[in-house]
Write a protein that binds this ligand. Structure first.
Ligand code: 13P
Length: 244
């Protein structure tokens, strides 16, 4: 079971990867199979070389199509070929900057469901939805139009990432996160096709707050952006969730 995921977003370089793994390896002494690193796709082979033992290397995105005239995309088959069998799907930055629709995200989940591949499916409400008390409704809509609209069986992780908490230093209270995670679990328990491997929280996770988040029974892990760029900080965050 994975419980700490680093999303490097559009950060990194070959030398960054070397330095990062040096720092992480020096500071993390837990179960590496519970940790995943999502570098920009071009660095996946290098990270696979640098990682120790069974740490997971994750893509930040993948294409769903079997067509080949799709310049700039990377397929599930190509990722698998490069020893990567996991991807983030539906990150709010993909939705908001790159215009990914619920239909696209559903197609990506469908593609993953038909292969031996693990997804970390991201959902989260906007600040306007949060401020107007519509968080549950927003999450329910995403689940209904994406995950629950699939016709296939799927095993996956979900990351609850309120958009307003990403990169802002602001987090919902632990209670708010717990009640959302409870709601997601309850909503998905009605579908026999979905096997939830765990629910992560994402948005301004840091060395300082990861300890408290890890104490909650309803928070199975974290998806970390900014604080994951420092190998030592991420090692500390991952250590908070290390249950060994
Ligand atoms: P931050 O940890 O920088 O808020 O980013 C969260 C995120 O988007 C992870 O996918």
């Amino acid at each position: 079971m994975i419980n700490a995921v680093a999303n490097w977003k559009l950060n990194g370089s070959a030398s960054f990867c070397h330095d990062w793994f040096d720092e992480f390896n020096e500071n993390f002494h837990g179960d590496r199979s519970a940790v995943a690193i999502a570098p920009p796709a071009i660095y996946i082979p290098l990270c696979n070389e640098l990682k120790q033992s069974n740490l997971n290397i994750c893509a930040q995105n993948l294409d769903f199509s079997n067509e080949t005239a799709r310049t700039g995309e990377i397929s599930l088959e190509m990722l698998t070929d490069m020893n990567c069998s996991m991807s983030i799907i539906g990150h709010s930055e993909r939705r908001n900057i790159f215009g990914e629709t619920s239909e696209t995200i559903k197609n990506k989940l469908d593609k993953v469901a038909r292969h031996t591949f693990t997804s970390i499916y991201c959902i989260g409400e906007s600040l306007a939805e949060y401020d107007s008390g519509k968080s549950l409704e927003a999450i329910k809509n995403q689940l209904d139009n994406e995950l629950l609209a699939l016709n296939t069986n799927i095993k996956l992780y979900i990351a609850y990432e309120p958009i307003w908490a990403i990169g802002s230093g602001k987090l919902p209270s632990t209670q708010e996160i717990e009640s959302m995670h409870g709601f997601i679990k309850e909503t998905l328990s009605l579908s026999a096709k979905i096997k939830l491997l765990g629910i992560f929280y994402g948005g301004s996770v840091s060395e300082e707050n990861s300890q408290e988040l890890s104490k909650s029974e309803l928070i199975d892990g974290v998806l970390v952006g900014g604080a994951s760029l420092n190998g030592k900080s991420f090692a500390k965050i991952a250590s908070s969730f290390d249950k060994v």
